[in-house]
Write a protein that binds this ligand. Structure first.
Ligand code: SF4
Ligand code: SF4
Ligand code: SF4
Length: 806
């Protein structure tokens, strides 16, 4: 393709689209630069309370994106008046109706997620201040806008660990108010629970931001680093000949002591340390600011927890907090794996050895006298876990433990299956275990092997099997070869998007010529196995979207390779750029994804962040193409992260299991009244296209999700080239994955320049014949038809107060 600086471009025979536009010299950029930095004047919502965004912003969002309630059960059992039958939207004894209660249930999930991140942040903040002092400067890379979420909510721009404290206190203060609202006889209107949930979502991103910026600073994590090192990931990467310390959870503080002890004692190449869930991501960010070769590894997502234990590979397991299985102690005990609980949120009823002597505790654990212990003293934790691992390795080897069934045991178990179907009914993924067992009886193990990737390792099937078949072990036994080949690469969590990257991409994003930010995040409760997120990421990367990822999604994306044996992290650059794949970090790093969108408004458009959430969100909703994907969302945290994106005007697609959250936000595309905003130049109403058409919704299959996401990146303010590019991608993807042209493509066409270049002629014909638009065929121009006119200087906003002459 030729290089263009000005004018128009055309592409013949457009098939697999790859459009790269690096620099566009235009009026918008000059205007933004000329505007310069204005004196900061705070917005109207510094330190907001539960009601602050309600009328000005949340109700506007909820008017267009209406709550869709899908109750998980007909009852409420919150208080002793109940349980109350709420079926048919009846009211409970306290007066709340079914809709209100389900709004409350969704709200409860959101505040629980918010609290998880906030508690994580508080723990890290206190611990790091105690260790490094209040004055440690926040060091997050090349950025002036360090804390967009904190600044939006509090007006503060902390520069040191100590200066983060007021923001933390603010979040905790609000969480108390929010939790009180769950009590019986508080709010009863569904819509007000939604507004409160949205508010909590904004707090969640503040709490996440706090968590990540303090750990990036104190633990020398990569600082907005597009070349953060590649880390080995997968069960197949563990060297079974070495003692293996397995850490599970989210809070990396304790793990840093283990790694320090390993380094101080030259053990980094003599044992394995690897993690599951976000702790895994954060421990492989530790001291990686200088890109040293990583020695720690990542096992995988929460879905791998029980699988790795059942494999018998770990010699010691250390748990901290969040998304940690509740059956780890009995499961580990069967295989002589001591469990150390290092965080007071999960103590498993284990004896507390925090004040005990390390040598004595090691003896107790080694001998099997106790299955595990609580250890909350980090100095002791580091030594205890590493020494115990080094000693347990040979002990467990010598004990001859066989975790996975032998060939003979396997055959015996398979033969026992009575084909009763109970396991399939119990399985949350509805996996056809009976069929796989039948084939296995005949010596064909491929069906069992196929289940491995889809199975989330929950063992619900085992509990209902009357023949007491250890079904998970059977699946894992059949999949041994596949497991040994589970070797991928994940780019270490890179942290924030730098101001420089925002400057480079801001204009393109706002014009739409960069088709959007695709954020693949969240948990591993996928409908059909882990590879979906790989396919989705690859499709958007090839089409030059900016792809960012975090958490379990970031892991699974790195688990697959192309025919040349390359992972997506190797094939695509790690910058926040078109066709770039940036692993932002663990789940708390999601704050940097909203942060990036906020920084587009702050840096590119020079909008005020301080106390100004509604304006920033309004800007993003109208101008910054972006769509989140939490394909396997399972946790309460996923609901709060998504809700935080929503209040900021960022839509998100969730996997099919997510309808169990009870509440979606979907607009009625056919109601014209819902698609009007104000033009800030004069306060007059202007029509907008139905984009995005949801804020929170579910898709059934990954093939359905892809065009949905591409479409969700269309924005009111796309310029013609941007709209044309976005329509090209969406329409191609719709054809590719759903087999047909979308029905409503014409709704996004304001003039001929919005049309995809390669098919412009044919589409003009369709507009004429199917929609009655008038076309000037000589000049290939639209004469009449579109309901929405393109106006390059329009200022669309949902906030009347931002309009001149409002
Ligand atoms: S909170 Fe209300 S609806 Fe729920 S059980 Fe109590 S009385 Fe019934
Ligand atoms: S362990 Fe796997 S197969 Fe068994 S119920 Fe859970 S997801 Fe289904
Ligand atoms: S529950 Fe047990 S016996 Fe029944 S089909 Fe499943 S594996 Fe076979």
């Amino acid at each position: 393709m030729s290089k263009l600086t000005t004018g128009s471009f055309s592409i013949e025979d457009l098939e697999s689209v790859q459009i790269t536009i690096n620099n566009i010299v235009g009026a918008a950029k000059e205007a933004a630069e000329e505007k310069g930095k204005e004196l900061v004047k705070a917005g109207p919502t510094l330190l907001p309370g539960l009601e602050s965004y309600r009328d000005d912003w949340n109700f506007k969002l909820l008017d267009r994106y209406e709550p869709v309630i899908t109750p998980m059960c007909d009852q409420c059992c919150y208080c002793t008046y109940g349980p109350c039958d709420l079926s048919g939207n009846k009211r409970g004894a306290c007066g709340i109706d079914m809709m209100g209660h389900n709004g409350r249930e969704f709200f409860l999930r959101v505040i629980t997620g918010t609290a998880c991140h906030a508690a994580h942040g508080r723990h890290l903040l206190d611990h790091l201040i105690e260790t490094f002092g209040e004055d440690l400067p926040l060091n997050l890379g090349q950025s002036n806008v360090l804390t967009p979420n904190i600044t939006i909510s509090t007006g503060l721009s902390p520069k040191t660990l100590g200066e983060v404290k007021p923001a933390m206190e603010y979040v905790e203060d609000q969480l108390t108010q929010l939790l009180a609202t769950v009590h019986a006889g508080q709010e009863s209107a569904e819509i007000d629970y939604d507004s409160k949930a949205l508010f909590s979502g904004s707090l969640d991103h503040v709490g996440m931001e706090i968590s990540d910026i303090v750990q990036v600073t104190a633990y020398d994590f990569p600082r907005a680093d597009p070349e953060a090192p590649l880390v080995e990931i997968g069960m197949g990467t563990i060297d079974k000949s070495k003692p293996f310390l397995c850490v599970i959870g989210h809070n990396v503080a304790g793990v840093t002591y283990m790694m320090d002890y390993m380094e101080d004692n030259n053990l980094t190449d003599k044992m394995e340390i690897a993690g599951l869930c976000c702790t895994a991501i954060d421990l492989t960010r530790y001291k990686e600011a200088d890109r040293r070769p990583p020695y720690a590894k990542v096992i995988g997502s929460m879905a791998k927890e029980l699988k790795v234990i059942r494999s018998g590979m770990p010699d010691v397991i250390v748990v901290d907090e969040q998304c940690v299985r509740g059956d780890i102690v009995p499961e580990a005990q069967k295989l002589m794996i001591p469990v150390i609980a290092s965080n007071p949120k999960i103590m498993y009823g284990l004896p507390n050895r925090t004040d005990a002597d390390v040598d004595e505790t090691i003896e107790e654990l080694k001998s099997g006298k106790i299955p595990g212990c609580v250890m909350l003293d980090y100095d002791k934790l580091g030594e205890l876990c590493i020494r115990l691992t080094m000693e347990m390795g040979p002990i467990r080897d010598a004990s001859g433990i066989t975790a996975i069934p032998t060939d003979e045991e396997f055959k015996n178990w398979v033969t026992k299956c009575a084909d009763c179907g109970a396991c399939m009914i119990a399985c949350p993924e509805e996996l056809d275990i009976p069929e796989a067992m039948e084939f296995a009886k005949e010596g064909d193990y491929s069906y069992l092997e196929k289940l491995h990737d889809q199975c989330i390792g929950c063992r619900r099937c085992e509990q209902v099997c009357k023949k007491e078949i250890p079904i998970l072990n059977i699946i894992e036994k059949a999949s041994q070869k596949q497991i040994s080949e589970e070797k991928g690469l994940m780019r270490a969590g890179r942290g924030q998007v730098s101001d420089a990257e925002i400057r480079a991409e801001g204009l393109n994003l706002v014009m739409g010529t960069t088709p959007g930010i695709i954020a693949i995040i969240g948990c591993p409760n996928y409908p059909e196995g882990t590879k979906d997120v790989y396919y989705i990421a690859e499709e958007f990367l090839k089409r030059n979207f900016i792809v960012v990822t975090t958490g379990c999604g970031a892991m699974d994306i790195g688990m697959f390779k192309d025919e040349d044996g390359k992972t997506l992290y190797e094939r695509f650059p790690g910058g926040f750029e078109c066709g770039g794949l940036a692993n932002i970090g663990s789940c708390v790093s999601n704050a940097h994804i909203t942060g990036a969108a906020e920084k587009v408004a702050a840096i590119f458009a020079q909008r005020t962040l301080e106390g100004n959430l509604a304006e920033i969100a309004d800007y993003i909703l109208n101008r910054v193409g972006a769509c989140g994907l939490a394909w396997g969302a399972f946790s309460q945290k996923a609901s709060s992260i998504g809700t935080g994106c929503n209040i900021l005007g960022i839509p998100a697609v969730l996997g099919p299991h997510s309808s169990k959250y009870r509440r979606a936000l979907i607009a009625k595309t056919y109601e014209e009244d819902k698609w009007k905003v104000y033009d800030a130049r004069n306060g007059q109403e202007m029509a907008i296209p139905p984009a995005p058409e949801f804020l929170l919704t579910t898709a059934e299959t990954w093939q359905e999700a892809i065009p949905m996401m591409a479409k969700a990146c269309i924005r009111v303010s796309d310029n013609s080239m941007g709209r044309s590019i976005k329509l090209t991608h969406w329409m191609e993807l719709h054809r590719k994955y759903l087999g047909a042209e979308p029905e409503d493509w014409w709704k996004f066409v304001r003039n001929e320049a919005d049309l995809p270049l390669a098919t412009r002629e044919a589409l003009l014909k369709k507009l004429e014949t199917e929609h009655g638009w008038e076309i000037d065929w000589k000049r290939r121009k639209v004469i009449s038809g579109p309901k929405i006119k393109f106006d390059v200087s329009a200022q669309p906003t949902n906030l009347k107060r931002l309009c001149k002459e409002a």
